[in-house]
Ligand binder design. Sequence first.
Ligand code: PNS
Length: 161
Amino acid sequence: MLKAIYPGSFDPVTYGHLDIIRRSSKLADELIVGVLYNKAKTPLFSIEERVRMLKEVTKDIPNVEIIPFEGLLVDFAKETSAKMVIRGLRAVTDFEYELQMSQTNHKLLPELETVFLTTGLEYSYLSSTVVKEVAAFGGDISQFVPEAVERKIQEKIKRRV
Ligand code: PNS
C-alpha cells in the first residue's frame, strides 16, 4: 500500500492545492494532507481552522486524510509510514526552493521520495498569499478558493477591520 503526504501551510487552501490533492489522491492508495503548525509564523488561520477547511473541501475524496504536524516533515513521514512526498510546481521560480527541500529530506530520510506535480495552467499564478491580499483589498476571490473558504476569509477580514 502506497501512502503519500502532501505537506503545506494551506493558509488557506486554494483551488491550486485542491487540484494537486485530487490528482495525487489517484496516484497513492492513501493521501495524507499534512498541515504544518509552525510556531514561528503567524498565519491568518489557526491550525484547527486550516484543518477544518481542508476537511470540508476534500470530503468527497475517500482516500484523503487531513493531519496537522509540527517539526520535520521526515519525522511526520516516519510516524505515518508514508514513502512519498507530493509537491506542486507552479513555475520555475518554485523550483530552487523545492529542489533544496526535497534534497534535504532525501538526505535525512533516503527512502522518502519527493514527486512533483506541475500545477494546472489555470492555477499557475495562484498562491494563498495572493488570495489573502486580493481579499484584504476587497477583490473577488471566488475563482481562487472554494466557497466555504471564501466565506471564512471574508469573516476573518471583517473581524480584523
Ligand atoms: O505551503 P508551504 O509553506 O510551501 O509548505 C512548506 C512545507 C510545510 C512543505 C515545508 O516548510 C516543510 O516541510 N516544513 C517542515 C519542516 C522541515 O521538514 N524542514 C526541512 C525541509 S527543508
